[in-house]
Structure formats: structure tokens, C-alpha cells
Design a protein around this ligand. Structure first.
Ligand code: G3I
Length: 380
């Protein structure tokens, strides 16, 4: 007998017992109102510091929940549709593109004066079956890649401010078994279909196609888990982008995702040491002439610590620390979180045992992390 609860709030889940079976059911959680925790949302404080502040969201959630819209409009001036620009959704068949959702996002964002960050054009996940299961020569796959990028970026030319052209292309062989490592290097490249069929220049081809389709959009390489500059992955990413810059390949910046687990940075001293390391990484990348933006920050807690004052304080400290690194960097124009409310977080599904990784709980109540961000933006 298995029981599935489809509501995040157990109080609203109920079991339906019929004909000797226990089936699953739930009534939808009532949507709590969003009551702004402060008159001044984070976005106006951030603007005063020359920073855009943003959040990921899912358009389907927005359509069903006016509190989510209230939260986003009060707090951020940039939005990132979490999945809808991904190839599986926007380009499901070779000759079919689905633009309805992203068109709607752009219209809504423009109506409310929000910037849109496009995520993402070249990734080895969320691929449509026709790409993943196809049998490709290098030339054929280059044509697929360039056609995908020129169609999507070209459609939103002048409207999407920045693109994660490439997502999660680098790796550490100690962490990922199939990481492709060149001789003499310690870090490597993810064995994506793009890397294995096209080769290491797939990234360059993607960047050039994006620049040709929208000369004014900021072009980014986005990755995760390279906060510490001396690690294999960070060294590989650094040497790769250094070479792109040296050869004049169009690249404006590097995105660092920052999906953190608080139990890995639990003590204040660990966090302070971490801050130094992350600041060093930002400086190295800025010194190449690249912007760095924080693209997907969240700080997950063990599920059974979501109400712990100590853990919530540590989480607040971690959010503030990331923001401080960005504010103190020579060029970190944008600070973005992967969701603002735990109501719609990816964490419980993808990281079993963890939850509550965002600054607002699932009832839209601001946590200490929210006030830490607000204080940091107002600090001298
Ligand atoms: O919409 C379908 C639904 O119709 C279906 O019933 C259900 C069954 O599994 O799946 C739903 O789609 C899921 C989608 O999220 C929307 O919830 C996909 O299976 C699931 O794979 C997808 O996960 C997303 C994941 O990227 C993979 O694309 C997460 O929402 C999204 O938060 C996550 O975001 C990534 C960034 O792109 C890159 N960095 C890491 C970050 C977190 O993993």
C-alpha cells in the first residue's frame, strides 16, 4: 500500500478510503496572502546599490497564485523562468518550437518592468528525445545547436537581457566519473552530447551563435560547485574562459549558481573562510574582464531543522555572505535566487531530507534570511 500526498502542507492532505484500498488525495492548499515584510522591497534597496536582484519562478505557479506575483513584483526586478527556455520544453520536435509560455513571460515581465534572464540554451539535461536519442555527426549536431540558438535568441532579440548560453559544462573527475579530462589538467568537461559529438569548441560555437542572434544580450557561461578557486572544476572553468577571452570569443560573464547546504557550512568560521575563497574567485574572473553574477542561490536545511533558530540564523548568514561577496566585487551586476518561497522549491524532490532553502516560507512569511538580505543592502 503506498500513499502519495500531493500537498506540501500535510494538514491539507487527506486519505480517501474506498473498497478496502487507501488511495491518495488532497485538497489544494489555500493560497495565503502575500503581506510585504517591509515597505521597501529588496529591489529598491538593490537598485540604490547598482544591483539587479532576481528570482527563478515557474510561470504555471504564477498563473495559479496571485500571492506569488505579489511577492515577485515587490521584491525583485529580474525573473528567470526555471524551465520554460530549456530545449525539451521550447523545442520538443526538430521542426517545432513552443513559444507560448515564454512569450507570455516576456509580455508579463515587460508590463511590470522586470528584466528576463534566459536559462538556458546548451545543457545536457532537459533535452528533447529527438536530440538525446538521435544519431548525429559533428556537422549535423552543430546545425541543430546553431539553429536552436539562433531561433530562440533571435525571437527574443532586444527583450531577454542575458542568456545562460551554456549550463553546467565543467566537472571534477573526483566527483563525476565520466568527466572528460585533457592531459595535464585536473578538472574537465561534462560528457554531454554537445561535448562528445561536437567537441570542446561546442561552447564557442554556441556563444558565437547567440551573439549573432542578439548582439546586445549579455552572454554567460553558468555552472555550479566551483566556489572554491583552487578546486579542479574551478581551475578548469577559469582556464577555459581565460582562453575564450584571449581569443575574443563573445562572452560577457560567468554565472555561479550557489546551491548550498547549510549543514556543510554550519559554523560561522567555515562560512567566513568560504567567503574569502569565493571573493578570490570573483576577483580572478573579474580580472579577466568578465562579469560574475550569482544565478541560483538557495541554502537548504535538513528538513527536521527548518524551524531551528540556529539553522535559520546560519541560513540568514549564508544569504548575507553571498550578497556581500557580490556587492564587494568589482563587477557582480546581478544577484539571483532559485525561488523566493519554499512553496515552490525544487529541493524536497531533488534533495531528499532537505527543504526550506529560500527567504520566505511556504506561507509567504519572511524568514531571517530575508531580513539579512535587506540589512546587507542597507549596510554602509
Ligand atoms: O512539468 C512536468 C509534469 O507535467 C510531470 O508530471 C512531472 C513528472 O515528473 O514532471 C514535470 O516536469 C518537471 C519539471 O522540473 C517541472 O517541475 C521535470 O520532471 C523535472 O526534471 C524538472 O526539474 C527541473 C530541473 O532543473 C531539471 O530541468 C527543476 O524544476 C529546476 O528547478 C532545475 O533547475 C536546475 C537549473 O536548471 C540548473 N541548475 C540546477 C537547478 C536545480 O536542479
Amino acid at each position: 500500500m503506498s500513499v502519495f500526498l500531493c500537498c506540501r502542507t500535510p494538514a491539507f492532505a487527506f486519505l480517501f478510503v474506498a473498497a478496502g484500498h487507501v488511495a491518495a488525495g488532497c485538497v489544494p492548499d489555500p493560497i495565503p496572502p502575500f503581506e510585504p515584510p517591509s515597505d521597501t522591497g529588496l529591489k529598491s534597496l538593490a537598485r540604490a546599490r547598482g544591483l539587479t536582484i532576481g528570482s527563478q519562478f515557474n510561470p504555471a505557479d504564477l498563473a495559479a497564485d496571485s500571492s506569488l506575483e505579489g511577492l515577485l513584483l515587490h521584491e525583485v526586478d529580474l525573473v528567470i523562468p526555471g524551465n520554460d527556455f530549456k530545449m525539451r520544453l521550447i523545442h520538443p520536435q526538430k521542426d517545432t518550437f513552443h513559444f507560448d509560455t515564454t512569450d507570455g513571460v516576456l509580455d508579463w515581465a515587460e508590463e511590470h518592468d522586470l528584466e528576463v534572464h534566459g536559462h538556458t540554451l546548451m545543457w545536457d539535461k532537459s533535452l528533447p528525445a529527438w536530440v538525446e536519442d538521435g544519431s548525429w555527426t559533428r556537422e549535423q549536431l552543430i546545425e541543430v545547436l546553431e539553429n536552436h540558438i539562433s531561433t530562440v535568441v533571435g525571437r527574443y532579440r532586444g527583450r531577454v537581457a542575458a542568456w545562460d548560453v551554456v549550463n553546467e559544462a565543467f566537472c571534477d573527475p573526483a566527483v563525476e566519473r565520466d568527466c572528460i579530462v585533457e592531459s595535464g589538467e585536473s578538472g574537465g568537461m561534462d560528457p554531454s552530447i554537445w561535448r562528445t559529438v561536437i567537441g570542446p569548441d561546442a561552447i564557442e560555437l554556441a556563444l558565437r551563435a547567440a551573439r549573432a542572434a542578439d548582439p546586445d544580450a549579455k552572454l554567460y557561461i553558468n555552472d555550479n560547485g566551483y566556489e572554491l578557486p583552487d578546486t579542479a572544476k574551478a581551475l578548469k572553468l577559469y582556464s577555459y574562459v581565460e582562453d575564450l577571452v584571449a581569443r575574443g570569443v563573445p562572452l560577457d560573464g560567468v554565472g555561479i549558481q550557489m546551491h548550498w547546504a547549510l549543514d556543510e557550512i554550519l559554523s560561522a568560521s567555515q562560512r567566513a573562510e568560504g567567503k574569502q575563497a569565493v571573493a578570490t574567485l570573483f576577483q580572478k574572473l573579474n580580472d579577466l574582464g568578465l562579469e560574475v553574477r550569482i544565478t541560483e542561490l538557495d541554502v537548504r536545511l535538513p528538513q527536521d531543522r527548518c524551524a531551528s533558530e540556529d539553522f535559520l540564523a546560519g541560513q540568514a548568514d549564508a544569504f548575507a555572505l553571498a550578497l556581500e561577496v557580490c556587492l564587494e566585487a568589482a563587477s557582480c551586476p546581478s544577484f539571483n535566487m532559485w525561488g523566493l518561497t519554499d512553496r515552490y522549491s525544487w529541493i524536497p524532490d531533488a534533495k531528499p531530507g532537505y527543504d526550506c532553502a529560500t527567504p520566505f516560507d511556504e506561507e509567504y512569511v519572511a524568514k531571517p534570511a530575508y531580513f539579512a538580505l535587506s540589512d546587507t543592502l542597507q549596510a554602509e
